[in-house]
Design a protein around this ligand. Structure first.
Ligand code: ADP
Length: 252
C-alpha cells in the first residue's frame, strides 16, 4: 500500500454498551482522503455513537480509532486524556442542533474555537471566518445573534464553525433532521459543495436521495453492526441483504 492509499481514518472493532444495552457490536470502517462516507440505518442502530467514538466524545469499550499520522487510540487499554484530545483535534462535528452559543454573535461563535482552542490570532481568525461566512452566503449576518437567524442559517453557521477549525475530517450527525422541510435544501447545497471541494466527510443522514448523490460509500447500520456496505449505486438499487432491502423499501 503506498502512503497515499493509507486511509485518513480507520476504526476497528468498535464496541460500546450502555449498561446492558449493546449499542456497537464490532464496527469496522475506513475513510479515505476526499471521500464521503454516509451512515444510514434505523433510529437507535448506533450511527451517532459511532461518530462520537471517532472524535473522542464517546469512549468505546473496545476497538481502535487511528488517524493517518496519529493518533492511534486502542480503547481496550487505559485511554489518556491527551489521546482523546488528539482525536478531537483531527475532526470537527456538526450536530443535529447547531449548538451555537446564544449570547455570542455569528462571527464570535465562529472564531471561538480557533482563538480559544488553537491559539489563532484574533485578526486572522476573523478574516478566515468572514471568508467562510461569505462562502455560505452569510456575510451580512456576521453580527447577528443565533436567535435572529432561520434554522437553515443557524446550521450553515454551525458548518462554518466546524470548517474554521480546519479539521482533516468533518463529521455530520443528521445535520438537516431538525430543520423545517423548506430549509433542508440550503444546508444540503453547502454539504454538496464541500464534497465537491474534496473535504473528507462522514455523514449520518436520512436524506437518501442526497446520500445517493454524494456518497462514495454507504454503510447500512442495524442493531449496532454494519449489515451492508457499498457504493450507493449498488446498495440503493441492488442491496444484498434482506434487512437493507426492508429499510430502503420503507424510505424510498
Ligand atoms: P442512531 O444514531 O442510529 O439513532 P444512537 O447511536 O444515537 O443511534 O443510539 C444507539 C443506542 O444507544 C440507542 O438505543 C440509544 O438509546 C443508546 N444510547 C446512546 N447514547 C446513550 C447514552 N449516553 N446513554 C445511554 N444510552 C445511550
Amino acid at each position: 500500500m503506498s502512503p497515499t492509499d493509507t486511509p485518513l481514518l480507520s476504526a476497528t472493532g468498535l464496541q460500546k454498551s450502555f449498561g446492558a444495552n449493546r449499542v456497537l457490536d464490532g464496527v469496522d470502517l475506513e475513510v479515505r482522503r476526499g471521500d464521503v462516507l454516509v451512515l444510514i440505518g434505523p433510529s437507535g442502530s448506533g450511527k451517532t455513537t459511532v461518530l462520537r467514538c471517532l472524535n473522542g466524545l464517546e469512549t468505546p469499550d473496545a476497538g481502535v480509532v487511528a488517524f493517518d499520522g496519529g493518533p492511534s487510540v486502542d480503547f481496550a487499554r487505559k485511554v489518556a486524556k491527551s489521546d482523546r484530545a488528539a482525536l478531537r483535534d483531527r475532526s470537527a462535528m456538526v450536530f443535529q442542533h447547531h449548538n451555537l452559543f446564544p449570547h455570542l454573535t455569528v462571527i464570535q461563535n465562529v472564531i471561538e474555537g480557533p482563538v480559544q482552542a488553537h491559539g489563532v490570532p484574533k485578526a486572522e481568525a476573523v478574516a478566515n471566518a468572514e471568508r467562510l461566512l461569505a462562502r455560505v452566503g452569510l456575510a451580512e449576518k456576521r453580527d447577528a445573534y443565533p436567535a435572529e437567524l432561520s434554522g437553515g442559517q443557524q446550521q450553515r453557521v454551525g458548518i462554518v464553525r466546524a470548517l474554521a477549525l480546519q479539521p482533516d475530517l468533518l463529521l455530520f450527525d443528521e445535520p438537516t433532521s431538525a430543520l423545517d422541510p423548506e430549509l433542508v435544501g440550503e444546508v444540503l447545497t453547502v454539504l454538496r459543495e464541500l464534497a465537491n471541494e474534496g473535504w473528507t466527510m462522514v455523514i449520518v443522514t436520512h436524506e437518501l436521495g442526497f446520500a445517493r448523490e454524494v456518497a462514495d460509500e454507504v454503510l447500512f447500520f442495524d442493531d449496532g453492526v454494519i449489515v451492508e456496505r457499498g457504493a450507493p449505486a449498488t446498495l440503493f438499487t441492488r442491496p444484498e441483504k434482506e434487512r437493507t432491502r426492508r429499510f430502503l423499501d420503507r424510505l424510498l
